[in-house]
Write a protein that binds this ligand. Structure first.
Ligand code: ADP
Length: 657
């Protein structure tokens, strides 16, 4: 039986956005255009909108190519092109001849032929026809909609990968469905749907329904239209991807998926628009994520742990942090100790380099003492000494060995910072005992590092220098992490500076800088800039002092290490004063005062004194500021004196002060 009619183009009614796509489609004369994207994303609506006058053919999957050709011939006939129909009526079945007639018919009538739901097509002839037409069409257009990107090559073909509506377009659609929808409700829906029009409609439609029912509608749509038709392998990969927050790179997917066919499964999901790629990263649509997570199985734990193993093998601080996060997410708190050991051995400076991220991750570790110890180390590294002291004292006796040694040696340092020399001495002694027990060169190194500082604070400079060279000896012999050597060189430079041999100091700092740069030791590199800034200040090279200071200040503020930032700011500030640049000095002084108020770090109060000096420099009365500084530093009279003395190199306060 011959079909006597052909389909109408669907009515679009209310339609939003898609301006660029409509434009591309309307200019596609002589081309085959393929619009691909997941179910309900708006392919049909878009084609109907762009081509209201087209020959429209929806695939249902059971038709033959011949049936399609008959329908098309009817349409072309109605436009006055009869050859195709005559050929078919005469019993013609030659593929090549059919293709030629179709080409001629479409071009002669300048028709637009739309083939909707191409993914349902099972007759290979139709695919061959599309390949044949692509590159040969001149005046006609073929537009195709498909949930799967068809493998048609590139010549003469335009592909449009249809994604969600833009926020403003989606909002327009949402308002049409639900008048006066509050912006926050819309924002939430947009977050889930990412502008997928049908999902948006499903979530907002049917006013009688609860949001729970609306969600069910959406999930049912996702299940029947998207999920059910996937292969078991595709489902497994999608489920696996859905349990991860962020995107994954191919190597990670391969490691996790474990199958030999990772690439082909992933590729198939890509072609179906269920997975997207950005650079080397793959991720799935948020909407699917929510849906798949409903099906989340206890397997997620296994995947998290496997992913963590993958990350640990990559052996970088960032991957380590991510691995830590996933191990905690898998609830494997039993592994915290081992991770902390790894951190101590391989990523010594991680708490200083990534304090915020690390702290956030540790907050999921409950009151595990090893994790609490790490938190204490972070507090110390970010200049919160009281908090560091309290946290470290609390865990000191709950942990052992290497862990205890790190906590104890850090406590020695914390007490030094808190000006409690007696306690610092006691914890130094404890560190020594642990070093003797453990016979771990790392711990010996910590001991000498603390000893150097301790002697240095007590102004036993010769002792300090001896200890520092001991550090250098251990770190070179031990052949351990290059950061140790970088640090030691720094300490030696510091001591020479105090022995009033700044040129000798610069020699060691510059050697340290070379080590830091060669091994990418960012933290040490910037500590060295700070020391070089200070040394050049002392030598009266204020320009150099400022230029080194800039790098240090910028870095330490960025990583929120306020203690170091304050040191660097203070030297930069006095260098500005030395250069007579009152405005710049004032800016730094203000920053110091701001930090003083938020952290209470004593040296930061010197900001008031510097502010006073800057005011005097401008010919104003700065005495009020100096007084304010003196008041804040009343518990640290020696610090006040030291600041005044240091400032004395570049500035003379008026007599009456
Ligand atoms: P697909 O063909 O990709 O499966 P449809 O074109 O059928 O998707 O669109 C799904 C639903 O979303 C339909 O109800 C349609 O009216 C609506 N829709 C899609 N795109 C738009 C748009 N740009 N403006 C308004 N509604 C749209």
């Amino acid at each position: 039986r011959l079909p006597i009619t052909f389909e109408d183009v669907p009515k679009t009614g209310f339609f939003v956005g898609r301006h660029d796509e409509v434009e591309i489609l309307r200019r596609a004369r002589g081309r085959v255009v393929v619009v691909h994207g997941i179910a309900g994303i708006g392919k049909t609506s878009l084609l109907a909108r762009a081509f209201p006058e087209a020959f429209w053919y929806s695939m249902n999957g059971s038709e033959s190519f011949e049936y399609f050709a008959w329908q098309l011939s009817l349409y072309l006939n109605s436009l006055g092109y009869r050859a195709l129909m005559e050929y078919l009526r005469g019993g013609g079945k030659e593929e090549k001849e059919l293709f030629e007639l179709i080409l001629e018919g479409i071009d002669e009538t300048e028709s637009v032929v739309v083939i909707d739901d191409l993914h349902k097509c099972r007759d290979e002839t139709l695919m061959r026809m599309l390949s044949y037409l692509a590159g040969r069409l001149k005046k006609g257009t073929i537009a195709v909609a498909s949930r799967v990107k068809p493998p048609l090559g590139i010549e003469g073909i335009v592909y449009i990968n249809l994604g969600g509506l833009k926020p403003e377009e989606a909002y327009e659609l949402a308002k049409k469905i639900k008048k006066g929808i509050p912006v926050d409700e819309f924002a939430e829906i947009y977050r889930i749907t990412r502008g997928h029009p049908l999902a948006l409609i499903l979530l907002l439609e049917s006013p009688g329904e609860s949001s729970e029912e609306a969600r069910e509608n959406l999930f049912e749509f996702l299940f029947t239209e998207i999920y059910r038709s996937l292969t078991e392998e595709e489902k497994r990969m999608l489920l696996m991807l859905s349990i991860f927050e962020g995107p994954l790179e191919y190597e990670a997917i391969k490691a996790l998926y474990g199958g030999r066919n990772t690439f082909s499964v992933l590729h198939s999901l890509l072609r179906k628009g269920l997975v997207e790629r950005r650079g080397r990263q793959y991720f799935i649509h948020d909407m699917l994520k929510g849906f798949l997570r409903e099906k989340e199985t206890p397997e997620s734990r296994t995947y998290y742990l496997e992913y963590a193993e993958y990350l640990l093998r990559k052996n970088t601080p960032r991957d380590f942090l991510k691995a830590f996060e996933y191990i905690l997410r898998a609830g494997a708190t039993g592994r915290i100790r081992e991770l902390v050991e790894l951190r101590i051995r391989r990523f010594k400076h991680l708490p200083g380099d990534f304090p915020k991220t690390y702290r956030m991750i540790l907050s999921h570790a409950g009151d595990n003492p090893y994790a609490r110890g790490e938190l204490g180390i972070i507090y110390f590294n970010t200049g919160f000494f009281q908090k560091a002291r309290d946290t470290l004292l609390e865990v000191e006796d709950k942990i052992e060995g290497l862990f205890k040694a790190e906590v104890v040696s850090t406590l020695a340092d914390v007490f030094l910072m808190l000006e409690n020399l007696e306690m610092a001495g006691r914890y130094l002694q404890k560190t020594r005992e642990l070093a003797e027990n453990l016979q771990d060169p790392e711990v010996w190194l910590w001991y000498y590092m603390e000893k150097t500082k301790y002697e240095y604070y007590r102004r036993n400079l010769e002792e300090a220098l001896k200890s520092a060279f001991k550090e250098l000896e251990i770190s070179r012999k031990h052949g351990g992490a290059p950061e140790n050597e970088g640090l030691v060189l720094l300490h030696i430079g510091d001591i020479y500076l105090d022995l009033e041999q700044p040129e000798e100091g610069i020699k060691y700092y510059e050697e340290g800088l070379r080590v830091a740069k060669a091994y990418g030791l960012t933290f040490i590199e910037h500590v060295t800039y700070m020391e070089l800034s200070k040394t050049h200040y002392i030598l009266g090279n204020y320009r150099k002092a400022v230029s080194y200071g800039n790098r240090a200040v910028e870095y330490f503020l960025r990583i929120k290490n306020y203690r170091r930032a304050v040191d660097a700011l203070a030297y930069r500030c006095v260098s500005w004063i030395g250069l007579g640049e009152a405005e710049r000095a004032e800016e730094d002084a203000r920053e110091l005062v701001r930090i003083a108020h938020s952290t209470g770090y004593p040296l930061a109060w010197a900001g008031y004194i510097f502010m006073g000096a800057a005011k005097f420099l401008k010919g104003e009365d700065g005495s009020g500021y100096v007084e304010e500084g003196r008041k804040h530093l009343q518990d640290y009279p020696w610090l006040f004196e030291a600041v005044i003395q240091e400032l004395g190199r570049v500035f003379e306060f008026p007599e009456e002060l």
